[in-house]
Every structure is written in structure tokens, then in C-alpha cells.
Design a protein around this ligand. Structure first.
Ligand code: HEM
Length: 304
């Protein structure tokens, strides 16, 4: 497997990327599975150091907010955000969440909130650069929507009007699958096609394969074809054929926010800029916690 180059500015981003790589390498190396071996290796020690750092970032955020809440009247706040709710929640025995409960939730938000959307936006931009005809249609749509606004800028209420861009976003998330898979441990036996999966098995749900199933998506499943997501085509498919945000009770709670973020970032970029591929640069995928390019994605940026 090729090494992944990590270039970023914030140490939190670098630490999360390294954790994902170290986790992947450990997964693929059965001799590193036992803790007492892994944490004695150089990789294991670096993994722990990175985990300690990202936990510290989350703890600092929580402590800062805890102090603010202690010194403020929460009832005067118009909206309580997620962290306010976690810090003030009490169960029927008036017990609050423990420090590690809160930190786990904050960790999930910090990770899920940045690495996933960064991967999705980068891959979609890559596909649009590869397919100028779809990029142009998105730009024409953005220009039309913006020209109809009073401010001359894209407004929140206009995001729903970016229909073609939405098709491209969905097709990009199918083709590249920014979260390629998730895993679960089953708490009871599950029957699949006459085989029993025993309790306590680690089950990997591979969204990338799901999104490339030729019987559903056709033999051209490796091609970028946004029209697959028109109402007419989507209606013919099983709703679980496309699961970029997982499904069921633990699916992504940030999915509406993520779709809006992708539209805002892509529309803002495409309104002012056009992108073309650097054909000299070979882009390959590597499955980590999110889908990454092994050696980055290189695009030429042109003013419109
Ligand atoms: C393109 C962007 C995103 C993708 C593809 C994505 C995908 C996913 C997936 C597949 C899961 C399920 C994980 C599992 O089952 O183990 C998940 C969970 C989650 N996501 Fe996202 N996500 C994205 C953006 C976001 C954003 C922006 C946020 C927050 C602002 C967020 C917050 C969460 C949280 C808190 C969970 C855990 C939910 C739970 O365990 O009940 N995600 N996401």
C-alpha cells in the first residue's frame, strides 16, 4: 500500500489523519492487534500520543464551556447548542453525563464534522474537474440562482434551488464514498442467506462496494454520471442502495448540515473559479477511516 502524504496546517487535523493511518495499519496486521504488543511499538506509541492530543483538544473545549456556563445564566441564551445540552443534561436520578461520556461525543463531532466533509468536497471537486461538462452545468445553475437573489450572493434559502449541483454531490459521494464503511458488533445472532453470524462478531459494512454493485448501478458504476440521482432514476432503486451517511438508528446526525456545507463550499468555489485536472498527477484511493487520495489531488484553478 502506498504511504499517504498528510499536509495540513492545524495539528488537530494532522493528528486525526495519523490516527486513521495507524488504525488502518494495525487492522491489517494481526500481530499488532493485542494491546500489549501494539503499545510497545513505535507506531503504537505515536498512536497513543495522537489520541492523547486529540482528547486534550476536546477536553479544553469542554472545560472552557463548563466555566462559561458556571458564570452565566443559561436561560438567557436564545439557543442551547449541543455542548450546552451535554453539559447540563441530567437523567431521572439527577446524574449528569460523565466527563468521558461528554468527551466521546465531542470527539465524534470534531472528527465527523471535519474529515468527512473535507474528503467529500475534495473528491466531488476532482470529479467535476474531470468532467467539465458537468462542472459547466453546475456553474450555469449557480449563476442563475445568484442572479435571482437581491443581494447578488448565494443565500441559505437558495441552497434547495441548486438541483444539478445536488445530483453531482450525490454521484460524487456514491463514486468515491467519503466514509467507505463502518463496523458493528452484533449483540444477537443474525441470519443472512441461511448462514448464522454469531453474537459478538465484528461486521464490516462496506459502503464503497454497495455503491459499486453492478447489478444496481450497472457495468458503468466507475463512471461519474449525476443523472443516476434524478427523481426518475432514484425512484427505481432500493433506498438502501445508497448509504453515504449509513442507515438505521446510528446513522449520521450531521447529514443535512453536511449536504448544506458541501453545497455552500462547492457553489462558492464554482461561482468564481473553474477547475481542471493535472493530468500528470496520478490520483489513487486508499481506504482509511475516510476515503483519501494516496498522494493528494492536484487541480489547476482558473478565474472565471
Ligand atoms: C460528507 C460528510 C459526512 C459523511 C459522509 C458522514 C458519514 C457518517 C457515517 C457513515 C456515520 C455512521 C458511523 C457509524 O455508523 O459507525 C456518521 C455518524 C455520525 N456523524 Fe457523520 N458524516 C458526515 C458529516 C458529518 C458532520 C458535518 C457532522 C457534525 C457536524 C457529523 C456528525 C456525526 C455524528 C455525531 C455521528 C455519530 C452518530 C451516532 O453514533 O449516533 N457527520 N457519519
Amino acid at each position: 500500500m502506498a504511504a499517504i502524504k498528510t499536509e495540513s496546517t492545524h495539528p488537530y487535523v494532522t493528528a486525526v489523519q495519523e490516527i486513521a493511518i495507524q488504525w488502518l495499519l494495525r487492522n491489517k496486521s494481526p500481530w499488532l492487534h493485542p494491546d500489549f504488543i501494539f503499545y510497545r511499538t513505535k507506531q503504537g506509541r505515536k498512536f497513543k500520543e495522537n489520541c492523547d492530543y486529540v482528547h486534550k483538544v476536546a477536553e479544553d473545549i469542554i472545560d472552557k464551556r463548563r466555566r462559561e456556563i458556571e458564570n452565566a445564566d443559561l436561560s438567557s441564551k436564545k439557543y442551547l447548542d449541543f455542548l450546552d445540552i451535554l453539559l447540563t443534561a441530567k437523567d431521572e436520578n439527577v446524574e449528569g453525563l460523565t466527563k468521558s461520556d461528554i468527551r466521546n461525543e465531542v470527539d465524534t463531532f470534531l472528527f465527523e464534522g471535519h474529515d468527512t466533509t473535507a474528503s467529500a468536497i475534495s473528491w466531488i471537486l476532482y470529479s467535476l474537474a474531470e468532467h467539465p461538462e458537468h462542472q459547466k452545468r453546475c456553474q450555469e445553475e449557480i449563476d442563475r440562482v445568484v442572479s435571482e437573489t437581491k443581494s447578488g450572493e448565494l443565500e441559505w434559502k437558495d441552497l434547495g434551488k441548486l438541483e444539478y449541483l445536488t445530483l453531482c454531490i450525490k454521484e460524487g459521494m456514491r463514486l468515491h464514498s467519503p466514509v467507505p464503511g463502518v463496523s458493528r458488533v452484533n449483540s444477537h445472532p443474525i441470519q443472512v442467506d441461511g448462514c448464522e453470524i454469531p453474537t459478538g462478531s465484528i461486521i464490516l459494512l462496506n459502503f464503497y462496494s454497495l455503491h459499486h454493485n453492478p447489478t444496481v448501478w450497472g457495468e458503468d458504476h466507475m463512471e461519474f454520471k449525476p443523472k443516476r440521482f434524478t427523481k426518475e432514476h432514484s425512484e427505481k432503486r432500493d433506498p438502501f442502495a445508497f448509504c453515504p451517511f449509513s442507515a438505521g438508528p446510528r446513522n449520521c446526525i450531521g447529514q443535512n448540515f453536511a449536504m448544506s456545507e458541501e453545497k455552500v463550499v462547492l457553489a462558492t468555489l464554482l461561482q468564481k473559479l473553474s477547475f481542471t485536472l493535472d493530468k500528470e498527477h496520478n490520483v489513487e484511493k486508499v481506504i482509511a477511516a475516510v476515503m483519501r487520495p494516496t498522494d493528494g489531488i492536484k487541480l489547476y484553478v482558473h478565474s472565471r
